[in-house]
Design a protein around this ligand. Structure first.
Ligand SMILES: Nc1nc2c(ncn2[C@@H]2O[C@H](COP(=O)(O)OP(=O)(O)OP(=O)(O)O)[C@@H](O)[C@H]2O)c(=O)[nH]1
Length: 354
């Protein structure tokens, strides 16, 4: 049997989900690592400035960040984000009350507010509670916390600079990740909206869009509708999976044949639409004759004991007619080819008289 090659960009839904999980997992672990590192530094800073109580608070914080790392590792991403959000809110509040706004500890609340965006979309309420956990202390601290304490005056310049930098890094990182997730999801959705899941060819929606765009630019558009001959027999004798492989193989073959000349679309079921933009009618017909001739030689299934063939109807969209009209004409020619004995191309610019 001919080695049936799946298109390399054919979708694998499980892989997509796995990729998405790996992205979320990696992002949260990097944030956790950042949090752990920052709190380890704070522990040293608080001991250095002789604030053992805050150093003790930091031991609790370090424990929370370590727990978050373990939870994320075990795939409890949502719980991990929730506990780190609470930790950031509590730590920023305690440190700001103890050292004043001038120390810059409240600045960590800004990157933490962005964390809500990386909580998976289906957990909207959790994301909202996380945001509230951050925004409420941020507002209250800015309104009511003292700005500086005279006894720590010498510290503010360095501490504020450290906290500013150390809060900016996760802010930039989380903002970049959100941008990446947005772009990744957008590409994914566009791909799904335009592509046929089985063959990787463009789908009917995208094909119609391409045709209308070309027509709007006043380009010549020729269409060829192709239908696999006696395809039911393939499914009935070899099974549906073998039928699917035939569809994938025909798609691959068509893409190679039409490269630089036209585009192939999975119109539906066992039907394909070939689109030629800016090509003459004769050139489009010649190309389809070539496809019709080559297909049985290139898409071979030994177990079937007969060649795989297709019947084609080719026409050109006339300037004054609708796309639907031209498609109906191509369809009529295709059925004409079926009635004529299959494995052939019937083409014309005008509707058949039969
Ligand atoms: N394996 C597989 N089969 C499909 C798919 N879509 C449509 N089919 C099958 O395509 C077959 C179409 O059969 P018919 O419309 O009877 O036509 P045919 O057997 O190709 O005969 P002619 O068109 O007259 O040459 C049906 O058996 C459908 O189940 C698909 O995605 N995968």
């Amino acid at each position: 049997m001919h080695k049936l090659a799946r298109l390399k960009h054919a979708p694998n839904i499980l892989n997509q989900l796995k990729k998405q999980f790996v992205h979320e997992h990696t992002t949260v672990q990097l944030i956790n690592a950042n949090g752990l590192l920052a709190h380890t530094c704070f522990f040293g800073i608080f001991l250095y400035i002789d604030m053992p109580m805050l150093a003790l608070v930091n031991v609790v914080s370090i424990t929370i960040w370590l727990t978050a790392i373990i939870l994320t590792y075990k795939a409890y991403i949502r719980i991990s984000v929730v506990i780190t959000t609470i930790e950031i809110a509590a730590h920023a509040t305690i440190a700001t009350i103890a050292l004043g706004l001038g120390s810059g500890f409240h600045l960590y609340l800004w990157p933490a507010a962005l964390l809500m965006c990386i909580i998976p979309a289906q957990y909207g309420k959790v994301a909202f509670v996380c945001l509230a956990t951050i925004i409420v202390p941020l507002l209250l601290l800015n309104l009511y916390a003292p700005y500086q304490y005279p006894e720590y005056e010498a510290l503010y310049e360095y501490l504020h600079a450290f906290n500013l930098f150390s809060a900016a890094v996760p802010f930039i990182f989380i903002a970049s990740v959100i941008r990446f997730i947005y772009r990744h999801n957008f590409n994914n959705i566009s791909w799904q909206a335009n592509q046929d899941q089985l063959t990787g060819l463009i789908n009917r929606r995208r094909a119609l869009e391409i045709i209308e765009l070309a027509r709007a630019e006043r380009q010549t558009v020729c269409l060829a509708l192709g239908d696999i001959d006696k395809f039911k027999q393939v499914n009935d004798t070899l099974g549906h999976a073998a039928g699917d492989d035939v569809l994938v193989n025909i798609a691959h073959f068509s893409q190679v044949q039409l490269k630089g000349v036209g585009q192939c679309c999975r119109w539906g079921g066992e039907e394909f639409l070939f689109i030629f933009i800016g090509q003459s009618f004769q050139r489009s017909v010649d190309k389809m004759e070539e496809v019709c001739d080559q297909l049985p030689k290139k898409v071979v299934i030994d177990a079937l004991q007969r060649p795989i063939t297709c019947s084609f109807g080719v026409t050109e969209i006339l300037p004054e007619e609708s796309t639907a009209n031209a498609l109906a004409r191509a369809d009529e020619f295709m059925y004409h080819a079926k009635r004529n004995g299959r494995a052939q191309v019937i083409s014309s610019l005008i509707s058949p008289t039969i």
